[in-house]
Design a protein around this ligand. Structure first.
Ligand SMILES: [Zn+2]
Ligand SMILES: [Zn+2]
Length: 341
């Protein structure tokens, strides 16, 4: 099987590997599509806390089992112990034993990968594989919505109009909240104009007024925290959805605001199996409106030359598409070995 192996910093090798048979309780999943997430690009550029090289990345995956190519699955990329207190309380994303596909074990930048059978989730009929890869990032967005207890009465502000900013907006709209989106990159904002108009999502390059009940940062600049805290109504919640790319100046001012106005600072990291189930319901509900989030479908050999551009954060999802399941029998995939820097 062809696979893209991250061998070192900024080094991808496209190789032909022998696929190892799945362990007990695992299945071999043939990849139909795997999205390239900004985290994958960051790993390629500078590594990651949970990454051991060499590794096949890819955690936003849609695939099928050889015997039944018509039935598509997506996967919850985690693998938790199932018995610690986090796992027992339905917070398996916080399991200390967590093993993540594409980080701790090989992922979906390959034609086949082995996954725990328990992590498979059926994709609703008719959903394109590239669109189905949005289930994982949407599940993370839904997780943030749950963590922040967003309801239909809330005025929500989202920093960042990238894929995650749009998916958080979608999950908030689905709860009946009113949503505003802000991003200094007006070209980026323009890319979601049709979607925003359809769901009444306001957008501005800079938000300097207004008051909100819940603020999310789907962008890493450190000032999103201080600015977002200022925009909160008394009793409001700030959901730290993205890690901050630096330290905020005068953090004591943020703590003063938390204290005097009874604000809450809430963390959100990854997603649970239930969030993935909820995400598939939403993907199906909004299937006609979210296709624009898949900006481009590409071949696996194109990844090494374009991965750097993902880092700029100016693009929606780029999705690697493998052999089309429906034409699999008529187009056996290549078995040539290629090395690419
Ligand atoms: Zn991701
Ligand atoms: Zn656990």
């Amino acid at each position: 099987m062809r696979a893209l192996v991250l061998a070192g910093k900024e080094q991808f090798d496209l190789v032909d590997l022998q696929h190892t048979s799945p362990a007990e309780n695992e299945v071999a999943l043939r990849v139909a599509a795997t999205a390239i997430c900004r985290t994958d690009a960051k790993m390629w550029k500078s590594g990651h806390r949970d990454l051991v090289l060499p590794r096949i990345p890819g955690h936003e995956i849609c695939g099928y089992i050889e015997e039944d190519p018509e039935k598509l699955y997506t996967i919850w990329p985690g693998s938790a112990c199932g018995s610690c207190s986090a796992c027992r309380n339905g917070r398996e994303n916080l399991c200390p034993e967590m093993q993540i596909i594409g980080f701790h074990r090989d992922g979906g930048f390959a034609e086949i990968l082995n996954v725990p059978e328990s992590s498979l989730l059926k994709v609703p009929k008719g959903l394109k594989p590239s669109v189905a890869t949005l289930a994982e990032p949407l599940a993370c967005a839904i997780h943030g919505i749950k963590q922040s207890r967003t309801t239909g009465n809330d005025r929500v502000l989202v920093y960042g109009a990238g894929t995650l900013g749009i998916l958080i907006s979608l999950a908030a709209i689905d709860r009946g909240a009113s949503v505003s989106l802000t991003d200094p990159n007006t070209a980026k904002l323009a890319q979601s104009a049709v979607f925003r108009a359809r769901y009444g999502i306001k957008a501005e390059a800079r938000i300097t007024s207004g008051s909100f009940d819940v603020v999310f940062n789907a962008a890493s600049p450190a000032d999103t925290l201080a600015c977002g805290i200022h925009r909160l109504a008394p009793g409001g919640r700030f959901c730290l959805f993205s890690g901050l790319g630096g330290t905020t100046e005068h953090p004591e001012l943020i703590f003063h605001e938390l204290h005097y106005r009874e604000l809450e600072l809430i963390g959100s990291y990854g997603c649970t199996m239930q969030d993935m189930r909820d995400a598939l319901v939403l993907l199906n509900r909004y299937r006609n409106d979210i296709g624009f989030l898949v900006e481009r479908e590409l071949q696996i050999e194109e990844v090494p030359t374009m991965i750097g551009s993902i880092l700029e954060g100016k693009r929606f999802r780029h999705v690697i598409v493998m052999h089309d399941s429906k034409t699999l029998t008529s187009s056996p995939f290549q078995r040539t070995r290629t090395q690419q820097k």
